[in-house]
Design a protein around this ligand. Structure first.
Ligand SMILES: Nc1ncnc2c1ncn2[C@@H]1O[C@H](COP(=O)(O)OP(=O)(O)OP(=O)(O)O)[C@@H](O)[C@H]1O
Ligand SMILES: [Mg+2]
Length: 310
């Protein structure tokens, strides 16, 4: 089957200012996104995420390499018709109501009145804006605007949905709403490619991720294969042991943190854990929890950033 997105050594050098100074934004980016995947494109500010997305959509031209969508050039009109796009900073005609805005977008895709109305009705339900469709966009909150933006991106029933920072600037409820909509799209079998620097969101919904730092791809693949499966440390939470007693476990604990009289002791392996648990029983302490800690997306992300600044 054709890959939904495939880039080969994609590169972009911007020219800026009077002297047309070269700004290298992206180099040698080779991405592979299989159909049906929810793909998180991660990177810190200025990494080149938006530049990559603009190249994928044919909004700017690459300086090097190429991008293909479903095996075809991004310049082909038939390809663009299969893509739904939510930009990083969407521009809204704010005197239009939500309903007028969606009709306007539907008209741009050549949908007739009946198809438009049917599609818009289902989209308003999907993005939870039923009841707000007659309100002008200038009265929408940031979260509502983001959701009407998502509805706009889906009006042409795209196979591939490209979202540039769909959760940024939203509160936890707004982020969850957007996440749930994305999960719904995933269930519908759509391929979702989205950029973010909110790692917890990516961890919750992505099948695959790629990490972009300073224009270069650092890693790409399934989350579970990228993250180190081995346990980093084991955190033991306990109460009821006098603070001075903790000196006796200095040799087996990596760190001891105290908060509200609850201690979290971190140990590095199972033999230290056995000794620690024996000590808690001996001291008549109260064991609250034992939690193995594996590498998280955040650990990996920070490690990649640190490595690139070395
Ligand atoms: N039109 C442009 N002209 C010159 N430089 C640009 C242009 N667009 C982007 N850049 C530069 O390219 C680099 C990558 O920018 P880009 O917007 O792609 O990053 P990003 O990963 O989307 O960042 P953010 O998380 O802040 O949105 C930055 O150094 C930026 O200043
Ligand atoms: Mg960006």
């Amino acid at each position: 089957m054709q890959r939904a997105i495939e880039t080969h050594k994609l590169g972009k050098v911007f020219r800026s200012g009077f002297l047309l100074k070269k700004i290298p934004a992206l180099s040698d980016v080779s991405l592979n996104v299989e159909p049906g995947t929810t793909f998180g494109f991660l990177g810190p500010n200025g990494a080149g995420k938006t530049t990559t997305i603009k190249l994928l959509l044919g909004l700017i031209r690459p300086t090097f390499g190429e991008a293909r969508i479903f095996g075809k050039s991004v310049d082909e009109v038939s390809v663009r018709a299969k893509i739904g796009f939510l930009p990083e900073r969407p521009y809204f005609y704010e005197y239009l109501t939500g309903l007028e805005f969606l009709h306007f977008c539907g008209e741009l895709f050549g949908l007739n009145q009946t198809d438009r109305s049917r599609k818009i009705e289902s989209l308003l339900n999907l993005v939870h804006l039923k009841g707000a469709e007659h309100t002008q966009l200038r009265q929408y909150s940031k979260g509502m605007l983001q959701r009407i933006g998502l509805a706009q991106a889906l009006i042409n029933d795209p196979v591939l949905v490209v979202l540039d920072e769909p959760m940024s600037g939203l509160d936890p409820i707004g982020r969850k709403q957007v996440r749930d909509i994305m999960l719904h799209l995933k269930e519908m079998g759509k391929t979702i490619f989205f950029s973010t620097h909110i790692l917890s969101d990516a961890e919750l919904i992505c099948d695959q991720v790629a990490i972009l730092i300073k224009g270069t791809l650092k890693s790409q693949g399934k989350l579970e294969s990228l993250l180190d499966p081995k346990t980093y440390s084991i955190d033991v939470c306990l109460r009821g042991v006098a603070p001075e007693k903790f000196q006796t476990i200095e040799s087996i604990s990596n760190t001891v943190v105290c908060h509200n009289e609850t201690y979290t002791v971190s140990v590095s392996d199972e033999s230290c854990l056995s000794r620690l648990l024996a000590w808690v029983i001996q001291e008549k302490g109260q064991l609250i929890s034992v939690t193995p800690r594996k590498e998280s997306l955040e650990d990996m992300f920070l490690e990649e950033i640190q490595e690139s600044t070395r």
